[in-house]
Design a protein around this ligand. Sequence first.
Ligand code: FES
Length: 206
Amino acid sequence: MAHAEAYKDPGTPEEQSRRTFMANAVIALGGVIGISLAIPLVTSLVPASGTSNDAWSGLTPQEVDQLKKATDNTPVKVTFNLHEVNGYFGASDSEQFVWAVRATEEEMKKERPDLKDIPYPVVNMGFVVFSPLCPHLGCRYAYNANAKQFQCPCHGSTYSTLGVHEAGPALRGLDPLPLREYQGKVQVSWILYAANMPAHIVIQVG
Ligand code: FES
């Protein structure tokens, strides 16, 4: 067979099955390498609660007062100055908000078993703090006090006050953010999780 025609030759059945085996082996090996790199990367991105670094934004005394208005399971919106550090543009500040809900560890363990792999405490100082971004596609949801649920205006996902996904296209419940008291200040850390995925995959911290 001419050399230029060789690529058209499918080969014997044995050759075909050997090629299929090799192709599958390469794909499987790539998957194992990808997972083994991704797991340490994700956990190393999440800020440790006892460290001082740029992944944390401090709340002013007025903002801490907003937080303390959450006296039961009714969520309160806490606005704060988000301190971000970007490798290209350096540090910047912008107004951001989170939802804070009074909760106990027992309540969260019972209501949110899906959070068991989150590598930081979900309840801090008696609160759980939720990212304001809907885990479906990132719209900002609101709290409906009459329905006692968080409701997303974009595609109708709804969540209980403890962030349990109740209806709509979202694939997981609301994302908790780290909160801590550090050297006399209350701080929150901003973590962006991948949208529209059942698992918590960290995209960006701070
Ligand atoms: S972004 Fe919230 S339901 Fe789609």
